[in-house]
Structures are given as structure tokens and as C-alpha cells.
Ligand binder design. Sequence first.
Ligand code: MLT
Length: 392
Amino acid sequence: MNINQNYLALQDSYLFSLVTQKVNAFKEQNPTKEVIRLGIGDVTLPLAPAVVEAMHKAVAEQGEKSTFKGYGEEQGYEFLRQTISNYYAKKNVTLSNTEIFISDGAKSDIGNILDIFDINNTVLVPDPVYPVYVDTNIMAGRTIIYSNGTEENSFLPLPDENTKADIIYLCSPNNPTGAVYNKEQLESWVSYALQHDAVILFDSAYEAFVQDESLPTSIYQIEGAEKCAIEFCSLSKTAGFTGTRCGYTVVPHALVKDNTSLNKLWLRRQTTKFNGVPYIIQKGAEAVFSDDGLKQIQENISYYMENAKLISETLKELNIWHVGGENSPYIWLKCPDNMNSWDYFDYLLENAQVVGTPGAGFGSNGEGFFRLSAFGDRVNVVEAMKRLRNLK
Ligand code: MLT
């Protein structure tokens, strides 16, 4: 037998696993030092009370013969798909329930969607970028080309007419840089995709963090996007579901490539390889979008955005160049003293016991940069900023 040789082209460890290994090694050698983690974007506030209550009720239902549910529809229960469709209506986006697929989070679907595309498609990925886009395509053996996010273009690369791409990844608000595309910029991507018969894979996992109402929070707010884009969203960061797992993917009926409906292909793929998200979790997810749920998650989002502000203010005080944190929970900073990303990671860990994510882990354009997450506990964020100031 032969293995999938493409896996050998991957870096040894997934970025966040590597960071964890390094932190664990440091802790083993320095057991008395208290490490503050602002690395992986993992939430620290608990689920909203409305969500917990809905899940309790669902557990009780599952314990009664009359209300018990076995297999659900692979693409999600109608009640949740309708709720999400109503959420989109508030953004002036009309979606039918059959265009919405419930998932266990954006990461899985972003990787799995590649099943429905030919291996010979060229993939365009921004650099720096969430490593899942790159790794999943390396695993499949697809050709990847990059669009450069730099300080000059505010880490928001735009289409280049001389580049031919079939699959285009966009993430806005961006992970790792926190940059957000405005309407005109997204229009240029949609226009490129329509002209070149390409499909945009739009990751909107951080849409709920956008504070500036003029910025788009869904690709479908751009005219024509339903003919060229798939959108991935997640409740992980929006509603603290990193450990609970629920997200959704939108594949519009108007999205037809190679004379084939991509919605049909995705449905076929999901009904074969996925058995759906548990009923109890979907009930919790439905409650996120209730009046109480939305109010409660907004309080949590505001808490994280206040953390982002504290980080940003400290960096300003220290004259450290940075972006993000205004419409996203990530702050992207330039490593001081021209340090490279991993050196700065080691420096902060050893001297301040503060963990961030090295920009180089997100691509070569991330070298020399560093990402701090605003998802920490307030007390820890305040302490981490104090330690940063004391480093001066
Ligand atoms: C991150 O830190 O970039 C995210 O937590 C990763 C993820 O959402 O999988």
C-alpha cells in the first residue's frame, strides 16, 4: 500500500499544536511561572444562559420516548436553518433553508468543501492566512498560488487580472490580521470571480465582531456573489461554541459551475460523509439567535472587544505598529527591534510569560509580525499588558 504522499509536504505540526508544544515545554522547565495565553483564538467566557437553558431542555427531550430523536437530517434541522435564514434577512440577504447547511464548525467544512472540486483547479490563498486553507489543499495535492497581504495594502490583497485562479479563499474580518474588506473591495473580488468562472470560499467566522456598520458581514451583501461564492460561518467565536461545535455553510442555488449545482454536490457529499450536528447542540445554536441569546452574546463580544482596546492602547503607548482589534478580536503587530516572529514568540514567553502566535506561522508575509488574541480573561489581559510595559 501507499500513503497519501501529499501529507509529507506538510509542516510537521499544525501551527497551534506547535505553539502548545512550545508552551508546555516552557512550563515543564519553569513550573512556578504563570503563563498567560493570548495565542490561539479560544474563547474564555461561558455559553450564554439562553443557550444553556435550551440545551438543558433538549437533553430532557432526548430522555423521553415521546420526544426522543435519532438521526437528524445531515444538513441540519429545519428549525435552525430557518433561524439562520432569518438572521441573514436582517443583513438584507435572502436565503432559502435549503441553501444553509449546519456543520460542526467552519474549519471542517472549509477543508471538506474541497471534495466537490477537481484536483486540477488552481487555488488562490492570501498570505498571511489561517493555515487550514493551505494545509487542506496541500493534503489534496492542489496547486496553490498566493495573493500578498502586506503593510502597504493593509493586509487586504485585491485581485490581479493577470492571475488565473479557480478557487479563491477570502477571510473577512481576517484571521490573523484583523483587517476587514469594505464593500468596494469585495465587489472587485466578486467581479473577478464572475469574470474568471472562479468560486470564492468566504470565511466569515468573525462577522459578529464587526463594529463599523458600513462594512459587509456577508459576501452575499455584494451583488452577484450568489453566483460565485460559498460562505462559511461559525458560532465558535460568536457565541463561545469552540468546545460545543456548531457552524453553518451557505451554498446558494444560483451557484452553478461546470453546468452543475454546487448545492446539489455539497448535499450529496454531506449526506454521504456527515451525520449531522447533535440535536442538543442545534437547539443551543437556535437559542443564540433568540432575542435573549443575541443580547447575551453581544455582551460577551463587547467584553472581548474591550480586551482588544486594552491591547491596542498598550501597543500604542509602546510605539509598536499594529492593526486589527477594531472590527475583529485579533491584533496584528510588528515585532519590535526587527525581531523575527518565532524569536519574538520565545522572547515574550521567556521574559513576560505571554503567549501569542508568530506571524510566520500564517505564511511568509507574516514573518516579522505577531498575533495577539483578545479572547482572554480580562484579568489576564490586563496582567499581560502590564508585563509588556515592564519589558521596556
Ligand atoms: C485561531 O486562533 O486562529 C483559531 O482559533 C483557529 C480556529 O478557529 O480553528
